[in-house]
Design a protein around this ligand. Structure first.
Ligand SMILES: [Zn+2]
Length: 246
């Protein structure tokens, strides 16, 4: 092997170590949301994408009654902290049908404050219920929390929420019913967007319930303490269809 090639390979090796470390992203600071697209080649959509999430929902350009069928059920409570958010994983058996397509409920995770805004207003807490279809397509149902009465089902998550990065653990004897985190009114905003975290992959079917639910100030504060500020700033709509409930 020629010496120049060995040197070249060595420098590739040196360069790849910081590149891997750069994939460790944050919300603020030098690896913050405005720089995600430069941290790793797999993150380029975060900067170059034109169908990104979250967005401000107040700029809807259509109205319609979007039919979303939520067919969830109670199951074990399995909670993890991935370093960015508190997440609960679901067992098989819960689905959501949107646009005639069935998606399986995979996990719910949280953001403080909410990522989507309405006319510039963020809610103090949001939950994102992530669903995946058999073909890999993703659909998210978002619910906003406002300060008010405590939500008993949310409290199960608050009590189990790790304060820092921790692998999934199932809470012995606990049953968690995700339906109890939803409002009765299932009217939604609907648009096509992206993951709100790197790699910011597009093609995500977004639904955000227009009616918020309540959580107590103490519950909101506990989630914020566990996660810190973990909301990506709103992105440009770029002419996408955004349907608001009628
Ligand atoms: Zn999310």
């Amino acid at each position: 092997m020629k010496k120049s090639l060995i040197v070249a390979l060595a420098s590739v090796g040196l360069a790849s170590a910081p590149a891997l470390a750069a994939a460790d992203w944050t919300y603020e600071g030098p690896r913050g949301a405005d720089r995600w697209g430069q941290l790793h080649k797999d993150f380029e959509k975060c900067e170059a994408g034109i169908m990104q999430s979250p967005i401000d929902l107040g700029q809807a350009n259509a109205t319609g009654d979007i039919d979303v069928d939520v067919n969830w059920q109670a199951g074990p409570l399995t909670v993890l902290h991935n370093g960015h958010t508190v997440q609960a994983n679901f067992a098989e058996g819960s689905t959501m049908v949107s646009g005639g397509k069935s998606f399986k409920l995979v996990q719910v995770h949280f953001h403080t404050p909410s990522e989507h805004t309405v006319d510039g207003k963020a809610y103090p807490l949001t939950a994102h219920f992530v669903h995946a279809a058999d073909d890999g397509a993703l659909a998210v149902l978002g619910v906003m929390f406002e300060a008010g009465d405590a939500n008993a089902e949310l409290q199960k998550l608050v009590d189990a929420a790790p304060m820092k990065k921790q692998a999934a653990q199932t809470v012995a004897g606990a049953s968690f019913d995700p339906r109890k985190l939803l409002p009765e009114d299932r009217a939604v905003y609907r648009y096509m967007g992206s993951l709100t975290t790197p790699p910011c992959s597009e093609g995500v079917n977004w639904h955000v319930l227009s009616t918020p639910v309540e959580a107590s100030p103490a519950q909101i504060a506990a989630m914020e303490q566990a996660m810190g500020m973990n909301a990506r700033p709103v992105q440009l709509l770029n002419g996408r269809l955004l349907v608001a409930p009628e």
